[in-house]
Design a protein around this ligand. Structure first.
Ligand code: ADP
Ligand code: MG
Length: 244
């Protein structure tokens, strides 16, 4: 039997093979980690919430012309995706200063960033996912110069689409992390997930710096009410239909 073999178990998802070698099933887990897995826990219901949010956002991006790995949502916790060779890069887009950017630059939390910043990190847990320069990335052969250009422009376009979508949800898209992969034709597809685990999302209806947080920072910083914040993101996202 070739179907449903576990291919890889990561921190947040499990990848299964299917009877089609080009198609994988990704199972979203409730497990949560932060600070390079030094902090571990579980967020009840997170798997289903992140699967639903990711599926909806991938559909929205596809409708706007972004090529993604998304095929369909197979069940509450499962997404069917096109298998890609993941580029070992975390592509981060920032619209407002938060997290490691504040720590490393001294910029105050909440400082608007215009135009948006696109950063590349090396997806390598042993090294702690270090920030790369463009020259280091090329030196290491993690992508070609042409691919870097394409990743940069795709990331900025995805940012425009997601800012607009979340605006309709009353949510400010502060920053987010993307992963990309290459299909059999070497075409770049947006892969992995887009969820409160991988985005910073602030509730526009809350001025308080702790209360406005609707993403994994609630878990990282022990702000409480993690489950309900993820649920509220899902409700608002699913309430906004995919638009062309
Ligand atoms: P990690 O602990 O590495 O963050 P996750 O649990 O988030 O892992 O996800 C499992 C793995 O699946 C990640 O390494 C991610 O890069 C990979 N992945 C995501 N989408 C695809 C895809 N379409 N094809 C192959 N691998 C993928
Ligand atoms: Mg991951």
């Amino acid at each position: 039997m070739t179907a449903q073999q576990k291919l890889y178990e990561g921190k947040a998802k499990i990848l299964y093979t299917t009877d089609d070698p080009d198609i994988l099933l990704t199972y979203f887990k409730d497990d949560a980690t932060a600070f390079n897995a030094q902090k571990r826990g579980s967020i009840q219901g997170k798997g289903a919430v992140n699967c639903a949010i990711s599926s909806h956002l991938f559909r929205q991006l596809e409708a706007k012309g972004i090529s993604t790995h998304f095929i369909d949502q197979a069940s509450a916790n499962e997404m069917r995706v096109r298998m890609v060779k993941i580029l070992p890069l975390e592509v981060v887009v920032r619209n407002i200063a938060a997290g490691s950017l504040c720590k490393q630059t001294g910029l105050a939390l909440g400082t608007p960033i215009s135009p948006p910043l696109v950063e590349f990190y090396y997806k390598n847990d042993d090294l702690g996912d270090p920030l790369l320069t463009r020259d280091r990335l090329l030196l290491m052969g993690l992508a070609t110069a042409e691919q870097v250009e394409q990743l940069q422009s795709m990331a900025l376009r995805i940012n425009e689409i997601l800012i607009d979508f979340f605006q309709h949800c009353g949510i400010t898209l502060v920053d987010f992390k993307l992963e990309f992969g290459l299909d059999a034709e070497q075409k770049i597809l947006l892969a992995d997930e887009i969820s409160p685990d991988t985005c910073r999302l602030w509730d526009q209806g809350e001025a308080d710096v702790a209360r406005r947080v609707m993403d994994k920072d609630r878990f990282r910083q022990d702000l409480g009410e993690v489950e309900s914040a993820y649920q509220r993101v899902m409700q608002r996202v699913l309430a906004n239909p995919v638009s062309l």
